[in-house]
Design a protein around this ligand. Structure first.
Ligand code: NAD
Length: 283
């Protein structure tokens, strides 16, 4: 199936980036959010990002206008001629089920429906759509224009054709794809989140200071950022939630969240977004 038009549901952190890279790669984009105000905010973020690229002389003003010209805001009702729809709404099962329920009345037969969920089962989400064989996980990374990977997740009922269309679409955005089973954390978070958890355990046990634990992984393993700094970026609440998914779904104590991580979350020290997590960002 040739993809010409892409729908993006939810224009938050991830959705606005997905809409931007799709339009920059030549696709027509129809995008929406929960309210008109949120939609306008998301579209304004794209305009700002592209403006920055113009300032840095990575693209010229004509290119910016051409890309913006391919992105239209609308409502779910306007998604009827989209060939592929990426859902990037809030990470809550009920919110996602509601959105896919609305799409059931609108999406054209054969349209590929993709979810950018980080932690919800693709098989579970596919159970609410009319054509579960056309439902697939497309897990982009933040920030979308920068990060090169997309995990393509096939649920129990995803057809090989749908996974192939999603794979080719992601590659046409300049991304590298990996095919992943529908299993908690997929591949990246299955590896990354336990490593961050272990960093909190090590900090709690006094193995080294926070700065030294971060340096250990930066200088000893060539990671661009230490695990505790990364946790502050991602959000300690988001990290704890991802760990809880691994712990509950995979049923092994090796994913049991660190007590220190729990305490930080209880204290409201959620990372950069609250001004304090492992580190203090208030100044
Ligand atoms: N932030 C990340 O680093 C990251 C990385 C990979 C995947 N994800 C996944 O991407 C998805 C979106 O995450 P995010 O970080 O962009 O969240 P976000 O909170 O920044 O954005 C979510 C957007 O969805 C909108 N929304 C809520 N209900 C809606 C509805 N009924 N219809 C339309 N829009 C609605 C919200 O208004 C908001 O703009 C989640 O499933 C998350 O797990 C996030």
């Amino acid at each position: 199936m040739a993809i010409k038009k892409v729908g993006v549901l939810g224009l938050g952190t991830m959705g606005h980036g997905i809409a931007q890279v799709a339009a920059a790669s030549g696709f027509e984009v129809i995008a929406t959010d929960a309210t008109d105000e949120f939609m306008k905010k998301g579209l304004a973020r794209i305009e700002k990002n592209l403006g920055r690229l113009v300032e840095k002389e990575k693209i010229d003003a004509a290119k910016r206008d051409e890309i913006l010209g391919r992105i239209k805001g609308g409502g779910v009702k306007d998604f009827g001629d989209a060939d592929l729809i990426v859902e990037a709404v809030t990470e809550a099962i009920e919110v996602k089920k509601k959105v896919f329920g609305l799409l059931n009345d609108v999406a054209k037969p054969g349209a590929i429906l993709a979810s950018n969920t980080s932690s919800i089962s693709i098989t579970l989400l596919s159970s609410v759509v009319k054509e579960p064989e056309n439902f697939v996980g497309m897990h982009f990374f933040n920030p979308v224009p920068v990060m090169k990977l997309v995990e393509i997740i096939s649920g129990l009922q995803t057809s090989a054709d749908a996974a192939q269309v999603a794979t080719e679409f992601a590659q046409s955005l300049g991304k590298t794809t990996i095919a992943v089973k529908d299993s908690a954390g997929f591949a990246v978070n299955r590896l990354l989140i336990p490593m961050i958890n272990e960093a909190f355990c090590a900090l709690d046990e006094g193995v080294a200071s926070a700065e030294e634990i971060d340096q250990a992984m930066q200088l000893g393993c060539n990671h661009p950022m230490g695990p505790l700094t990364l946790a502050d970026f991602v959000g300690l609440d988001v990290t704890l939630n991802a760990l809880s998914v691994l712990y509950n779904d995979l049923g092994s104590d090796k994913y049991a969240p660190s007590q220190l991580l729990r305490k930080y979350v209880e204290a409201g020290r959620l990372g950069r977004k609250t001004g304090r997590g492992v580190y203090d960002y208030s100044k």
